[in-house]
Design a binder for this molecule. Structure first.
Ligand SMILES: NC(=O)N[C@@H](CC(=O)O)C(=O)O
Ligand SMILES: [Zn+2]
Ligand SMILES: [Zn+2]
Length: 345
């Protein structure tokens, strides 16, 4: 008999949908079975105020397949100039969180924050308004080794911030190290983390041994196997402060397969299928529902979805590429097989 797994409908607490014509590819993929998604604001120019967030939300909704109830949850991009008034206005407009991109840390972070000191008034306003603070947790100092940037960020920036604003609800996005998993596990109930499927499935050997594989290149960069194991342990532990965030981040094929390739892996074509594979490999399929469907809404203070999706153990082949805005997008596991698929509703 075919093995099946029924879950409360999951949500994606970290996704890049981009803008313009790309939305015709990314929105239907995200809306296939996720109920809600936290929409990253690193557009060019970024989503910096309530008005821009409302307009971007409308552009996303316009690409929603008919009959879909997929709900995009909007996020503000913090800059050195984000004021307390910007936060209050964004909150009133339904924006649920604001995101720290340390300037220069990752894709489209040029307008990001140069020093946390510049945004303390905004952070205090967020703490007061109950708006979540999401962060890309890497330092940008060129002298710090790229594999150490997450740990140094925790020591130099996150730890002191955590103490200074204890009531601010913080999500450390896409964690990649045992250090981050430990920091979150040992923090108070106001600190959580998202974990991607690719950081559960891969480590830096997959990216670099026997040839360089640009589609595994994302930030924070894949770390050594011991970190991968710590992430698997955290994700499958049942600790409600670790939950699903794909960080699906599309870049056209020619921007990835290049002398200087962009950071980001596309996983929205098979997100829950990839997580199911990782949880099954860890012997922890029963922990998937909490991680994918319960803990995210609980931390955000939003009701859980009330309907379900069903995964079926059935091998299928991921396409070599997907069309996106007149170019090609190479999804993670392109041309390879996956073992789980989501049954049509
Ligand atoms: N994760 C990535 O490697 N890239 C993301 C940005 C981000 O989430 O850091 C992107 O927007 O392409
Ligand atoms: Zn990031
Ligand atoms: Zn991201």
């Amino acid at each position: 008999m075919t093995q099946t797994l029924t879950l409360t409908r999951p949500d994606d607490w970290h996704i890049h949908l981009r803008d313009g014509e790309q939305l015709a590819t990314t929105v239907p993929d995200a809306a296939r079975y996720f109920g809600r998604a936290i929409i990253m604001p690193n557009l060019v120019p970024p989503v910096m105020n309530a008005e821009q967030a409302i307009a971007y939300r409308q552009r996303i909704l316009a690409q929603r397949p008919s009959g879909s109830n997929f709900e995009p949850l909007m996020v503000l991009y913090l800059t050195d100039n984000t004021s307390a008034a910007d936060i209050v206005a964004a909150k009133a407009a339904g924006v649920v969180a604001a995101k720290l991109y340390p300037a220069g840390a990752t894709t489209n972070s040029d307008s990001g924050v140069t020093s946390l000191d510049k945004i303390y008034p905004a952070l205090e306003a967020m703490e007061k308004a109950g708006m979540l603070f999401l962060l890309h947790g890497e330092v940008t100092d060129a002298s710090i080794d790229i594999f150490d940037r997450e740990k140094v960020f925790i020591d130099q920036i996150l730890s002191p911030l955590r103490q200074r604003l204890p009531n601010l609800r913080i999500v450390m996005e896409h964690i990649t190290t045992s250090d981050a998993a430990q920091f979150v596990a040992e923090s108070s109930s106001n600190t959580a983390a998202t974990i991607t499927a690719h950081h559960l499935l891969y480590n830096r050997n997959h990216m670099l041994a026997g040839g360089i594989r640009p589609h595994y290149y994302c930030l924070p960069i894949l770390k050594r196997n011991t970190h991968q194991q710590a992430l698997i342990k955290a994700a499958t532990s049942g600790n409600p402060r670790f939950f699903l965030g794909t960080d699906s981040a599309p870049h056209a094929r020619d921007k990835k397969e290049a002398a200087c390739g962009c950071a980001g892996s596309y996983t929205a074509h098979a997100a829950i299928e990839l997580y199911a594979e990782a949880f099954e490999a860890a012997g922890a399929l029963t922990a998937l529902e909490g991680f994918a469907s319960h803990f995210g809404p609980d931390f955000y203070g939003i009701a859980r979805n009330t309907d379900t999706i069903t995964l079926v153990k059935e091998s299928w082949r991921v396409p070599d590429s997907l069309p996106m805005a007149g170019s090609q997008l190479v999804p993670l596991r392109a041309g390879e097989s996956l073992q789980w698929r989501v049954a049509p509703a």
